[in-house]
Design a protein around this ligand. Sequence first.
Ligand code: PBG
Length: 323
Amino acid sequence: MSFPLERPRRLRATERLRAMVRETTVSPANLIYPLFVTPGEGVKREIASLPGCYHLSVDEAAKEAEAVERLGIGGIILFGLPSAKDPVGSEGYDDQGVVQQAVRAIRRATKELLVFTDVCLCEYTSHGHCGVIEKGEVQNDPTLGLLAKMAVSHAKAGAHCVAPSDMMDGRVGAIREALDEAGFASLPILSYAAKYASAFYGPFREAADSAPQFGDRRGYQMDPANVREAMLEVRLDAEEGADMLMVKPALPYLDVIRAVAESADRPVAAYNVSGEYAMVKAAAAKGWVDEDRMMREILTSIRRAGADVILTYHAKDFARKAD
Ligand code: PBG
């Protein structure tokens, strides 16, 4: 049966009809909004590379979290800018660190908003790498204990879920064991399982002041050309105890999201990263694209690819206009 009997346009005639047969939806409840916490008080400084996003002191982060909760957004993920960096990233696992303080303040200020924390050393190390350095190289196993310590200190502060983004081998297992021993057996882990060495992190590294001071991250983050390797990463993280699995970035890796969604028996998250957001903002500022429609199309495509959850800097803009 084909034309003139088949006329797919019939179901495109009105918005009511289109909405009724729409296959993919995005709700604010699916979204996680990243926040960057900085030392001080009363600080709210727009991040040049991420227009509409701010460096926030703990008090301002708590206010922002309230606003995010009111918008119906599922959760936030916290990144920290420490007051001082050192070779082992000490402030990252200090109970008085800026993220730990922010978690406590945000938990007091909100009711149900889910508080995720990014677990990684790169914002806290003087060399900007995601692990400790010996002999000029990022060392895997000596890094695991520090990541586990960081996760436990986030848990003690009241985080609902920890999200390791460092890409060291074995870190999910190390974190799971440390959380269980510290009495946090019920605290879930969202692992950045398939995280690629991507140029799309550029604006974030400016925002988090986390660019590596020498070399690059290709010795631990994944090669953009690989998808079979993503399957391995995802399987290992799941076996080590990851409750949710993330693919990052999102847009250039929709095929990877699809493959992970089809093979994994856990929820899949995708990180619509800083460079993806900055491209939209920059083109919109030039008047070249319709920002709102582009944002919707992007978030819909990430969901259509198979992501349950999306981490995105667009979350507030999306939620504001959701209804
Ligand atoms: C830390 C981390 C990065 C991002 C999230 N966690 C940067 C990196 O790996 O260099 C990137 C997020 C973004 O670009 O929005 N390891």
